[in-house]
Design a protein around this ligand. Structure first.
Ligand code: NAD
Ligand code: GLY
Length: 372
């Protein structure tokens, strides 16, 4: 393993390290052993990741003298529901964990969110470690302690804030990630630049193509910068009573689009976020809050790396403006009956807006659907 970087997320007794580097999977056993848990350590992953990376992690745990077993779930968002959660919890309980046992989430955001929620609830709370294997999970979902599952009412509506003990982001595993998944994760990387780091966005305009091509140095810098940004925000607002909501840039539109496409392969979460961020900037322009050139710049960059920026590739059945606005009303971010939007006064100047006229939103969606 070569030169890992460690970012500390400062949350008092719940503080933890996020380690970023290539080759961390080989090193995972020693780092997990150092946490000092009672056996068993239960590694949860999905079938795709198991075929590629589970042996490395299990071998590393064995070499470190850790008594570990594994659980392998079907891959994809359709596992992240009550039925999938029941299957996971039963399998974990079959392994007879104790309060001082440890779960390890080896996979993308689906595995991380489900295992985190299982850790929060099994025996009223046991520790867990995140080993994120998608770009999206490395830069976003593995950090910050949001865990949960989807319900028929919407995404992530059942869950808990529950922090991991350690995050190991091995950028080497991104080599096996399909390009479409890497791109989807890139949307969350660009998000940090668009929220409050215009210099990072400028860097991405120059080097984003290297990141999505899987260049090791570019990926590492993107992951480190993103994790640092997220750690700063979460340290200041763990339970999203204020500034953490900024991390939802693009998500009010994005979650509605995901719900309308059935959380399926038509639209990945990161793709929905990319479209949602373009819409948030466009709404900001229409409300006279943001220069049109900044919105154009955001759209141009996301399109240049190959992300969707409009509804062109979506089935027509998923683009109905009234249905999309109805989904927004079921979002976790609704407050006093008002839908929360993250808008922007420019690149790197995002802010929270709660008094938005939904007729304006519906008109924007109407235009976007007509252009598709
Ligand atoms: P995912 O977990 O479904 O992974 C995407 C696909 O990539 C899966 O098929 C998986 O098997 C495969 N995969 C994973 N790692 C791989 C690798 N190294 N090589 C080859 N294939 C690999 O999806 P995701 O995009 O990682 O995460 C999306 C989920 O994350 C959503 O459910 C979303 O709600 C959640 N999320 C949570 C937070 C949070 O703060 N908790 C933030 C953002 C997103
Ligand atoms: N992904 C948004 C958050 O963690 O707050």
């Amino acid at each position: 393993m070569s030169g890992a970087e460690t970012i500390s997320l400062a949350l008092g007794a719940r503080s933890y390290d996020i380690v970023v580097g290539s080759g961390l999977l080989e090193d995972a056993g020693a780092r997990i052993a150092a946490l000092g848990h009672h056996p068993p350590v239960i590694v949860v992953t999905d079938e795709t990741v198991a075929a590629l990376h589970l042996n490395t992690v299990m071998g590393s745990l064995e070499a470190a003298g850790v008594d570990a077993r594994s659980i392998v779930l079907p891959p994809g968002e359709t596992t992240k529901n009550f039925a999938g959660f029941e299957m996971l919890v039963d399998a974990i309980l079959d392994g007879r964990p104790e309060r001082r046992s440890l779960l390890v989430a080896l996979g993308g955001g689906v595995i991380g969110d489900m295992v985190g929620f299982a850790a929060a609830t099994i025996l009223r709370g046991i520790d867990f470690v995140q080993i994120p294997t998608t770009l999206l999970a490395q830069v976003d979902s593995s950090v910050g302690g949001k865990t949960g599952i989807n319900t028929r009412h919407g995404k992530n509506l059942v869950g808990a804030f529950y922090q991991p003990r350690l995050v190991l982001a091995d950028t080497g595993v991104l080599d096996t990630l399909p390009r479409r998944e890497l791109l989807a994760g890139y949307a969350e990387v660009a998000k940090y630049g668009l929220i409050n780091d215009p210099d990072f966005f400028t860097w991405l305009e120059a080097h984003g193509a290297d990141v999505v091509a899987g260049d090791a140095d570019a990926c590492r810098r993107a992951v480190v910068t993103s994790c640092r940004a997220k750690a700063d925000v979460v340290a200041g607002d763990e339970r999203e009573t204020g500034a953490r909501a900024l991390l939802n840039l693009g998500h009010t539109f994005g979650h509605a689009l995901e719900a309308e496409t059935g959380f399926g392969p038509d639209l990945l979460h990161g793709e929905a976020v990319a479209i949602g961020m373009v819409m948030a900037f466009e709404l900001s322009v229409r409300l006279g809050l943001c220069p049109a050139e900044d919105a154009a710049r955001a759209r141009r960059h996301l399109a240049a790396v190959g992300l969707p920026t409009g509804m062109e590739r979506l089935p027509a059945s998923a683009t109905d403006p009234a249905a999309l606005v109805a989904h927004m009303h079921q979002d976790k971010k609704v407050q006093d009956g008002k839908v929360t939007f993250i808008l922007a006064r420019g690149i790197g100047k995002a802010f929270i807006a709660r008094d938005i006229d939904l007729a304006e939103v519906e008109a924007l969606l109407q235009d976007a659907a007509a252009a598709a």
